[in-house]
Design a protein around this ligand. Structure first.
Ligand SMILES: Cc1ncc(C[n+]2csc(CCOP(=O)(O)OP(=O)(O)O)c2C)c(N)n1
Length: 366
């Protein structure tokens, strides 16, 4: 098989882009955004801090402190741009890689680390942050999101729902069923697909013969492809789609065209299936560098600002590490909590048996 090193790195013509990889602001006939220098600096800060949390988590996993980690490296703009488009009352349904969305929703990064350290089965109360729990079952959350959106619609609430999933998930039945329900019930939901080109080792060509955003038309709602490494474009496109959903115009599929610069998870070795040239081509489109270039180019930030953000990222990284190592081990019996809302006889019996089993070790031979 011959492999094209630039595979996927060429921007397709239908891509919505507002900021080039060189940090130049460009116009788009349908989408625009008016951001103050302060707002752009805030987006830059989000991108850098989230990358730092991610880097720290990868390092912690390598040192045996986390069981596994799914890095978001390269996908920061897709996540920050789309999540900063959300209103507080909107509800977000993530996969297991949405650390940037979690950050924007105000979820403490320690909750994420606790999951991957295996000391927590859930982490946060979805209602506290309007951010649902991480979903490992590929695509399942698309159905949860549509059901939730239909509830929002029936309540007459002024809110929309966003659901995140990857390119691979578009091959799942759940996602396709979610598209159908959302379409026929005109549910206020935005499907946000981060097309990072790979579903573990399975490339996009093995998932679809057409660009993913075009799938939406077969289900009867609009699809749009946005430069997933362009935080301005992701923000503008998602804002519009959420507005449409809130105004009763139904679902939109957004395909954020991006790239997974790291491994699928820390258990994966992409050098076995991916050529190095592909990664190099995408490094030139780094979502953080282009905002930095924009800020510099327009003199909206100076070196002191970038140094201050770096220093803040360093402090955050150290704090995340320290607090992760201090996370307490759970009581083994906690696994029986929060299974049912009401008491359950079978569960109570299993809990008793497990407690007796644990007690059998106390004072036993070491
Ligand atoms: C229903 C189901 N099938 C298979 C898996 C194993 N699995 C974990 S991640 C993954 C690939 C997902 O790729 P994609 O949807 O593109 O998301 P990405 O991880 O690239 O962000 C698979 C097949 C799973 N978790 N759930």
């Amino acid at each position: 098989m011959t492999v094209d090193a630039s595979r996927g790195a060429e921007a397709p013509p239908e891509l919505v882009q507002l900021l080039t990889p060189e940090g130049e602001r460009v116009e788009h006939p349908d989408y625009d955004i008016d951001l103050t220098p302060e707002e752009v600096r805030e987006l830059y800060r989000d991108l850098v801090l989230v990358r730092r949390i991610d880097m720290e988590a990868v390092a912690l996993q390598r040192q045996g402190e986390l069981g596994i980690w799914a890095s978001l490296l390269g996908q920061e703009a897709a996540q920050i741009g789309s999540a900063r488009a959300l209103a507080d009352s909107d509800m977000a349904f993530p996969t297991y890689r949405e650390h940037g969305v979690a950050w924007c929703r105000g979820v403490d990064p320690l909750y994420l680390l606790g999951l991957f350290r295996g000391v927590s089965n859930g982490g946060w109360d979805p209602a506290d942050h309007n951010f649902h729990l991480y979903t490992i079952v590929i695509g399942a959350q698309a159905l949860h999101a549509v059901g939730y959106a239909m509830g929002v619609q029936r309540d007459g609430a002024d809110a929309a729902t966003i659901v995140y999933f990857g390119d691979g998930a578009t091959s799942q039945g759940d996602v396709n069923e979610a598209f159908i329900w959302a379409s026929v019930f005109n549910a206020p939901v935005v499907f946000f697909c981060q097309n990072n080109q790979w579903a573990i080792s399975e490339p996009l060509e093995k998932q679809s013969r057409i660009p993913l955003y075009r799938r939406a038309s077969g289900f009867g709602f609009p699809g749009i492809r946005v430069d997933g490494n362009d935080v301005f474009a992701c923000l503008a496109v998602t804002r519009q789609a959420l507005r449409n959903a809130r105004e009763g115009q139904g679902p939109t599929l957004i395909e954020a065209f991006t790239y997974r610069m790291g491994a699928h998870t820390t258990s994966d070795d992409p050098t076995r299936y991916r050529v190095a040239g592909e990664l190099e081509a995408w490094k030139l489109k780094d979502p953080i560098e282009r905002v930095k270039a924009y800020l510099f180019r327009n003199q909206h930030a100076d070196q002191d600002f970038f140094d201050a953000v770096d220093a803040e990222a360093g402090r955050l990284g150290r704090e995340v590490r320290k607090r992760c190592l201090e996370l307490p081990d759970p009581n083994p019996l906690d696994i029986f909590e929060h299974v049912y809302a009401e008491p359950n006889a079978l569960l109570a019996e299993e809990r008793e048996q497990f407690a007796a089993y644990l007690a059998s070790f106390e004072g036993g031979e070491s």
